[in-house]
Design a protein around this ligand. Structure first.
Ligand code: HEM
Length: 180
């Protein structure tokens, strides 16, 4: 069967979105622009970009859930793959680096709301990212067959719930870092 006509443009749009985000992060870092004031007010530019893209990708992943419900599996596959990879870029090139600002010196430091909340967010986020990546690698035929899991549907449901919980946790993190 021929591939649907929208498939190539959708893949190109995904590459532009993810590649463009990556290029923008590197360009901002090379020009020392990450710390410039952001557009929401209290936070630096990079944090506001991170927040905006996370909200967009949460909407995208949720919309993709309904694509699957309607039986549009091809579109669901490309859509979810795009947002999971975009999230991976944001975690690897923005959020992971920021963890150095919340390094605890002693166990008691986790009682500090900013440090505790950020580490909870990072822990839940790591499981969610791992779940998302596993599904993407399995569903796109990259993962070796022996590693395929049979309960992938439940993993998809749990991972989508994880993105919601972690993104809301990200909002709380944003609050403790820049507002509270
Ligand atoms: C499902 C995956 C994730 C989602 C949806 C998510 C979402 C968010 C959102 C919406 C924010 C607020 C924007 C900001 O302050 O920059 C944020 C901040 C943050 N997240 Fe995540 N996150 C995820 C995974 C992770 C992981 C795995 C880590 C640790 C490696 C992490 C560490 C952080 C840190 C340190 C911040 C504050 C960053 C800063 O403002 O410089 N996140 N996250």
């Amino acid at each position: 069967m021929d591939a649907p006509r929208w498939k190539l443009p959708a893949i190109i749009a995904a590459i532009v979105l993810i590649g463009g985000t990556l290029a923008a992060i590197f360009w901002m870092s090379a020009n020392n622009l990450e710390g410039k004031p952001g557009f929401f007010g209290p936070a630096p530019l990079l944090a506001d970009i991170n927040l905006s893209l996370e909200i967009l990708l949460l909407a995208g992943l949720t919309g993709g859930f309904f694509l699957a419900r309607r039986g549009n599996i091809d579109a669901h596959q490309i859509n979810q793959t795009t947002w999971v990879l975009l999230n991976l870029v944001l975690v690897a090139f923005i959020m992971a680096g920021s963890m150095q600002d919340v390094k605890p010196a002693k166990p008691g430091d986790f009682a500090d709301a900013r440090i505790g909340v950020t580490w909870l967010h990072a822990l839940a986020g790591s499981f969610t990212v791992a779940g998302g990546l596993w599904i993407v690698l399995q569903m796109n035929g990259i993962l070796p067959r022996r590693w395929h899991i049979k309960w992938w549907k439940n993993l998809m449901r749990a991972t989508l719930a994880g993105y919601w919980v972690v993104a809301l946790g990200g909002l709380v993190t944003y609050y403790y870092w820049y507002v509270g």
